[in-house]
Write a protein that binds this ligand. Structure first.
Ligand SMILES: NC(=O)c1ccc[n+]([C@@H]2O[C@H](COP(=O)([O-])OP(=O)(O)OC[C@H]3O[C@@H](n4cnc5c(N)ncnc54)[C@H](OP(=O)(O)O)[C@@H]3O)[C@@H](O)[C@H]2O)c1
Length: 333
């Protein structure tokens, strides 16, 4: 029997993108072999862009927003999950081409679902969400590319953001000397509390030209910004340094030269969080064990579903910090 599902729906009306609360019939949810009653979703940078039509994130209108969610399996056609399992859903089309997490329930392909691993509560899992999963992927790839604490300091930019905050926590735990770069000088104590050793306002003065090679400062970097900040990082990396390119909060285009790559062996590695089941299982296990973030309480705010539009406004205005969890359903701890 169909029943109403409260949802935050993104639509295109007369060529303009609009988002708002609505009620959907449960039988109009997208198909999928796992049906989840959603307890929590979260707000990622991409979610805020999607709801405003910026960045052309939504690939199918109308679409319930929300690129991640945590809840309980109600029905499963997949042998990997059974009713009552606490699960986290993220990645692929969720919240961009298939109804997402800002709804009381969702039906999704099993490959987009992971069990909340032992060692994490559902609230921990959604605080991690797409942001923390992406930070874990970046750290995993950086380690595969030879990053180790003894090689020197790691720069994490956009430091008050969700991905960056969790990356700082993980890297500090692993023994790296983490330097946080932020535009928000008043957030230094928060960043030092997550494990950063120092806080800077950037790696070079804004607008300063970058010579092909500058004095080498960083053994590794986690870049959430792209654009000019990434162009400033590349010539300032040590020999054999690794930059994990995660995001584009400052822009998609940047200008550089090949010199850091051919004379210093700098590696610019791409990080994309749409992964197969094996990689997802590997990373969620690490997120519950050796990479488990220790400062989730400091990183997290919890807001009610009705507050979602205001949280998105604060993300777009650059006033947001860490991770905001949206309480959708029962909100078990
Ligand atoms: N590759 C993937 O699979 C993947 C997955 C998740 C996220 N992402 C991307 O990663 C980036 C970070 O995501 P997030 O969810 O962590 O975002 P977020 O929480 O909104 O954080 C972004 C941070 O970037 C800085 N920032 C924001 N606007 C800026 C601007 N115009 N110029 C310079 N800095 C700006 C701010 O940090 P400060 O004020 O501290 O500098 C902000 O806190 C986004 O581009 C997102 O789309 C990619």
């Amino acid at each position: 029997m169909s029943h109403p599902v409260k949802a935050y729906l993104i639509e295109e009306v007369d060529g303009a993108v609009r988002a708002g609360f609505t009620s959907l019939a449960s039988d109009s949810l997208d198909p999928g072999d796992v049906e989840v009653r959603i307890d929590y979703a979260s707000v990622n940078y991409k979610d805020a862009l999607a709801a405003t039509g910026r960045g052309k994130i939504i690939r199918r209108f109308p679409c319930v927003g929300g690129i991640d969610a945590v809840g309980v399996v109600e029905r499963s056609g997949s042998a990997r999950f059974g009713a009552g399992d606490a699960v986290v859903v993220h990645g692929w089309g969720f919240g961009v081409a298939h109804h997402g997490g800002y709804a009381e329930r969702a039906r999704v392909p099993a490959d987009w679902v992971n069990r909340v691993p032992a060692g994490l509560t559902p609230l921990d899992a959604i605080t991690i969400g797409t942001a923390g999963y992406t930070a874990a992927l970046a750290v995993d790839l950086m380690q595969l590319n030879g990053c180790a604490p003894a090689r020197g300091p790691v720069l994490v930019n956009g430091a008050t953001g969700g991905v960056a905050g969790i990356a700082i926590d993980m890297l500090a735990q692993l023994g790296f000397e983490v330097v946080a770069a932020t535009s928000k000088a008043d957030q230094a104590d928060y960043l030092l509390g997550l494990g950063a050793r120092r806080v800077v306002d950037g790696v070079a003065p804004k607008g300063a030209p970058n010579r092909p090679l500058e004095s080498a400062q960083w053994a590794a970097a986690v870049d959430s910004l792209g654009g000019e900040p990434l162009a400033a990082l590349i010539p300032r990396m040590h020999k054999d340094a690794v930059i994990a390119s995660i995001g584009n909060a400052a822009g998609i285009a940047f200008s550089t030269t090949v010199m850091p790559f051919i004379l210093r062996g700098v590696r610019l590695i791409g990080v994309n969080s749409d992964n197969d089941v094996a990689m997802r299982e590997h990373l969620w296990q690490r997120l519950a064990t050796d990479l488990r973030p220790r400062h989730l309480a400091q990183l997290r705010q919890v807001a009610d579903f009705a507050e979602l539009p205001a949280v998105m406004d604060s993300v777009l205005a650059g006033q947001h910090r860490g991770r905001t969890v949206i309480r959708i359903g029962a909100g078990r701890g």
